[in-house]
Design a binder for this molecule. Sequence first.
Ligand code: HEM
Length: 125
Amino acid sequence: MLSKSINEDNIESLVRSFYRQVLQDTLLAPFFIEKLGDNLQNEKWEEHLQLLTEFWKFVALGYEEYKGNPLQPHLHIQGLSREAFSQWLKLFHQTVDQTYIPSAGKYFKQKSTNIAENFMRKLNL
Ligand code: HEM
């Protein structure tokens, strides 16, 4: 069932379902496997999933647990490209459509597009 509004539980499902799909994607998976391995159940992945859940709760709900620097790890990833970012956005938007009704999903699509554009600008991509 699609969610009608954004809350803690559906943000967690969005994040978990997104990275499940990332690991199936031939373009994106290698970037993540290099840092975190290929098993979503391992400790590093669990930390990443929790961090990204906190990140989106911070962005969408104003929660304050997330204290990271979102751009930082991307500065050290070799081989990032505009194409990789487009694919990231395509997959993220698909996952949003599988999670929310359009009026709720619109928010995540806009935010993720803006953040990705910022990242690309700062990474000179
Ligand atoms: C091709 C595009 C992208 C790739 C390959 C990518 C990959 C990664 C990797 C490998 C990490 C670090 C994992 C670790 O070492 O713990 C990471 C962290 C992160 N990513 Fe991305 N990412 C991409 C785009 C994005 C976008 C568009 C966003 C936001 C809309 C995003 C948000 C984050 C955040 C919040 C973190 C954690 C930052 C922290 O340490 O606090 N990423 N990403």
